[in-house]
Design a protein around this ligand. Structure first.
Ligand code: SAH
Ligand code: SF4
Ligand code: F3S
Length: 481
């Protein structure tokens, strides 16, 4: 470690976010020198795995890279590559290991290349141990709790030749006001809370994301106002369980609840659409249903993970609702908010799950008629209570049950989606269709995608579309100005 670097650290302010702004300034000088050597800006690529929370984190990481002088690219043959990882299912981890070999190959061609890993998988000791021994070419590893220190970590990576590992077990800090680079100019995710306290018995998220922490409502409102001033018309409020916003920690002194927060966000002028995810059925209040029913901006969509339809399995999963609770809740929601789309997550093959249990899930699918469902095969996560449960289900039985569930979901989803054909709806035009560039992709309030002919200058606007055909999970529509 050079004296120059030690001096840099000693002179850094202690308080955040000033400390990180100071490190961005230092990084800028470093990147300027690199730019001069290369006669071009060094390039940086972030590859994101996992959920919307990770996607939002990547926008913050990209913000730091751009502010420091990197040119962002989607090509992993870049001067700096960062993988923002997920570990919710083992498959996610295997994908990452699979891709690291390719990065090593790129690094052999470009000796100056740096590689970093962050995100949920890095909060697992076994994963980090494996990387240390099998992937020694990685330059920097950090976790979910210290991503706000990215500028500081990057600078130390450039001044050291050994792998840097900085993982925290938890944090109570929320650092605001660092730069971000949004993927879409007209819509944005906003974290309203971090972490999870629910400990569903199969799930690793509470272990890798820590305890629930809610952001202060004033900070959230101020961030949305800044985004709206910058052209954003749709926000997606993010949290593992948004319904417990403000209830489980002391950051938010007035204990503003989620429905109250929504009411305040609704008043922001210029904001047109509000989405949120995810809602845990056990915490979805009547007040939330009322706020949604009366709102002009909250989208007609609720993602309400069921996970399983058998009360016995739900209990073993520690979900804290029964099959009947879930069905009654959906009936109440549909009565109060006609036309709302309800989507869900399902897990097949939880320890001890029998064919009869899966029949119960199919029964819920047929009663609730989900507009869409993500069906996952249970993945054993070391350290979770379910990993030690007896009755792990054999893979061929899981496969049969998975196929049965998928068929049920596809049938109800199709009938649900078909009901809108012939109607006229507002859609937000989001992007050019990759398969057919004469088409645009738009999104209905209920979250379904519509393809329609239109010019790219419509992107970012809410326009009215006549729905012509249903294709299962998307529509073909027509726009006439
Ligand atoms: N907080 C959200 C979900 C976060 S994880 C919620 O509670 O709804 C997203 C989805 O991954 C979960 O809804 C669940 O269906 C699935 N999932 C989580 N852990 C899993 C595991 N061990 N195996 C398979 N699927 C899992
Ligand atoms: Fe995982 Fe359950 Fe928390 Fe969702 S609510 S993140 S499934 S523990
Ligand atoms: Fe994956 Fe972490 Fe999200 S484990 S699903 S990226 S919270």
């Amino acid at each position: 470690m050079s004296n120059q670097y030690l001096n840099l650290i000693q002179n850094a302010p202690a308080a955040e976010p000033n400390r990180q702004h100071y490190f961005i300034g230092q990084l800028k000088q470093h990147i300027d020198t690199w730019t001069a050597k290369l006669s071009r800006k060094p390039t940086a690529c972030i590859t994101t795995f996992g959920c919307q929370m990770n996607a939002r984190d990547s926008e913050k990481l990209a913000g730091i890279l751009v502010a420091s002088g990197f040119l962002m690219t989607e090509n992993e043959e870049a001067d700096f590559v960062l993988y923002n990882t997920c570990t919710v299912r083992d498959h996610a981890n295997q994908r990452i290991y699979g891709r690291l070999g390719k990065l090593n190959h790129y690094k052999k061609k470009n000796r100056q290349m740096k590689i970093a890993l962050c995100g949920c998988m890095m909060q697992e000791e076994i994963a980090v141990e494996k990387i240390k021994t099998s992937y020694p070419f990685i330059d920097l590893i950090f976790g979910t709790h210290n991503i706000y220190k990215f500028a500081e970590l990057l600078l130390s990576m450039f001044h050291n030749h050994e792998m840097i590992i900085d993982i925290w077990q938890d944090t109570d800090q929320i650092v605001e006001d660092l730069p971000t680079e949004r993927k879409f100019p007209f819509k944005s995710g906003i974290n309203i809370m971090f972490g999870c306290n629910n400990f569903c018995s199969y799930c690793i998220v509470p272990y890798v994301r820590g305890r629930e922490r809610s952001r202060a409502p004033e900070e959230i409102i101020a961030e949305i106002k800044r985004l709206v001033a910058d052209g954003v018309i749709e926000v997606m409020l993010l949290g593992q369980n948004v319904n417990s916003y403000g209830l489980t920690d002391s950051v938010n002194e007035k204990q503003t609840t989620f429905p109250e927060l929504l009411r305040r966000i609704e008043e922001i002028e210029g904001l047109e659409r509000i989405r949120f995810m995810t809602s845990h059925p056990k915490d979805l209040s009547d007040e939330l249903i009322e706020v949604m029913a009366n709102s002009k901006k909250i989208c007609r969509h609720l993602h309400l993970p069921l996970q399983a339809g058998s009360t016995r399995i739900l209990e073993a999963m520690n979900r804290r609702y029964t099959k009947e609770d879930y069905i009654n809740l959906v009936e109440k929601i549909r009565r109060a908010i006609p036309g709302i789309a309800i989507t869900t997550d399902l897990i097949v093959g939880f320890p001890g799950e029998t064919k009869a249990d899966v029949d119960e899930t199919i029964d819920v699918i047929n009663k609730v008629k989900f507009d869409n469902a993500f069906t996952f095969i249970y993945s054993k996560r070391t350290g979770t209570p379910a990993a030690a449960m007896p009755g792990q289900v054999p893979p061929d039985e899981v496969k049969q049950n998975f196929d049965r569930l998928l068929k049920a979901v596809q049938e109800t989803a199709r009938t649900q989606v078909d009901t809108l054909v012939g109607e006229t709806h507002d859609v937000l035009a989001e992007e050019v269709n990759t398969q057919n560039p004469t088409l645009l992709n738009g999104r209905l309030s209920n979250n379904t995608i519509v393809h329609f002919k239109g010019s790219p200058d419509l992107i970012g606007q809410i326009i009215t579309i006549k729905i012509k055909e249903s294709h299962g999970f998307y529509y073909i529509g027509e726009f006439s100005r």
